[in-house]
Ligand binder design. Structure first.
Ligand SMILES: *Cc1c(COP(=O)(O)O)cnc(C)c1O
Length: 375
């Protein structure tokens, strides 16, 4: 029986929003009628809800996940002359914001099993100029925060965790927001909790940092037209917050569905280890599978991707080029070969559809297509 009419895309927001349409529309109508559009009651409620869900005392809505990273560094006073150690295998915003803050990104290599920043390689790059360590919780699982916590403590450095891809993740039973001075979230539409546009959030257990972010996101204002420092225009909109609150109620169920989808792939593809390496989970991690990313060996990644496309299966390469060798970052002075694990990952990774609106028939079709390619 031929099954190629089954399709699987990387996201199905139409299905997700279709199921919630009446609730989402009511939320929009309420905001429109209230005529309160920025940093209002929906933002405050969303902040309280996400703070509780993330295990942190404070959550502050901002314009985007990118702004969350930038304001995190500004809040900690990181700027020119400072170094921040981070991963070269991530979305560009991680390193971009270090540059925008006026500081210098220092790349350490990744752990080849989890694709996350390697703690030992990070420790080896600490200098007197290092002002923070920025691990990224890539693809939905947290970096090894136990080890990063030890390293940070030993050197008196803060941790800023880029959690854009990991809302709902935890490690050793402790939620994401409990592990770092600052963790950041993104509500980009295709993230596990997505807005209908841009949005982001800063999580912190510190009342001082929270206050600094409050000032920074509103033009550096300490209240009224009195400005304590040069700030940003980085509000989260009420429309976005109202939309996100409707969706946030479903986040745990959606993350559980992603985990079930990943589990189905892990079962169906387990015996293909001669050709592919399935994603590994660090012991103690609750992985929420923003992406299900495997490695394809023997130089066959691009051919597999083309074959999958011919079977109506979307897939994606996150990320095709390590940040340390990107044209926009050559001024940092890295060359090919400096960070071999990150470079190898860019050659081998392929992310499969894992979003919560897939059914088991679609997952089976993706897995069967991969199997057929290697037969
Ligand atoms: C999406 C993402 C960001 C940026 O978030 P935006 O909301 O798109 O600005 C930062 N870091 C990582 C790892 C991301 O995946």
């Amino acid at each position: 029986m031929e099954d190629t009419i089954i399709k699987a895309g990387m996201a199905d927001l139409q299905a997700q929003h279709g199921a919630l349409r009446a609730e989402l529309t009511a939320a929009f109508d309420e905001v429109m009628d209230s005529c309160q559009f920025g940093l209002g009651p929906n933002v405050a409620a969303l902040e309280a809800e996400i703070a509780a869900e993330s295990g942190t005392a404070h959550a502050l809505g901002v314009n985007s996940g990118t702004d969350a990273l930038l304001l995190a560094m500004e809040a900690l006073g990181i700027g020119p002359g400072d170094e921040v150690i981070t991963s070269p295998f991530t979305f560009v915003a991680t390193a971009e914001t270090i540059c925008l803050a006026g500081a210098t990104p220092v790349f350490a290599d990744i752990d080849p099993h989890t694709f996350n920043l390697d703690p030992e390689k990070t420790a080896a790059k600490i200098t007197s100029k290092t002002k923070a360590i920025m691990p990224v919780h890539l693809f939905g699982q947290m970096a090894d925060m136990t080890k990063f916590g030890e390293i940070a403590k030993a050197h008196g450095l803060p941790l800023i965790a880029d959690g854009a891809q990991a809302i709902g993740a935890s490690q050793n039973g402790r939620k994401m927001g409990e592990w770092a001075e600052i963790s950041t979230l993104s509500f980009f539409p295709t993230k596990n909790l997505g807005a209908c546009g841009d949005g982001g959030m800063i999580l912190t257990p510190s009342a001082e940092i929270a206050e600094e972010v409050r000032v920074l996101r509103f033009h550096g204002s300490g209240g009224g037209y009195i400005y304590k420092r040069v700030g940003y225009c980085s509000r989260l909109d009420e429309m976005q917050a109202a939309f996100l609150r409707v969706k946030a109620k479903r986040l745990t169920a959606w993350n559980d569905q992603r985990r079930a989808n990943a589990g189905q792939y892990l079962d169906l593809l387990a015996d293909l280890d001669e050709h592919i390496t399935l994603p590994a989970t660090l012991s103690g991690n609750h992985h929420i599978y923003h992406q299900f990313t495997l490695r394809v060996r023997n130089g066959r990644r691009d051919d597999l991707q083309k074959y999958l496309a011919s079977r109506n299966v979307s897939s994606a390469v996150y990320y095709p080029l390590s940040l340390h060798v990107q044209q926009g970052y050559v001024h940092l002075g890295y060359t090919q070969g400096d960070l071999p694990e990150s470079e190898l990952a860019t050659q081998e990774v392929l992310s499969l559809p894992v979003h919560p609106d897939l059914n088991s028939e679609q997952i089976a079709h993706v897995a069967a297509s991969i199997r057929r390619f290697f037969e």
